[in-house]
Design a protein. Sequence first.
Length: 149
Amino acid sequence: MKFHWGHGIALFYSIFALALIIVVIQSTTFDNSLVVDDYYAQDIRYQETIDRRMNSQSLDQPVQLMREGDCHYLVFPINELSGAVSGEIQFYRASSKRFDRFQTIELEEEGRICLDDDELIPGYWQLKVNWTSAGLDYLDEFEIYLPPA
């Protein structure tokens, strides 16, 4: 049997159809979920985010991220604040929302909190610290890198 242009056309269309089927099957397994579910509501409340950041920038001593031993610490300026500090820390992973974690703020005596990063996978993380003191809302953002074990 001799290979001629009719066989070539049939082979081309067969490979094309097979490639198309493979792409369709792979596209159904792709996670195309949004990073946050309520992005529209968050967009409407964006002025609150701007106000929180401005409150954080107005502090003489900003919140600091430090590392001691195996723990990352957030250090709050408790001598500058008149009230108790409350709020939460969001560990934000841009690649997938299923890795996001939250931790409530419970300060130690020195005005710092050890971040619970034992359950986090290695890589880059963004920390969004939403906190309140004396009726004022604050927002600080930090980036950390957790190396592979």
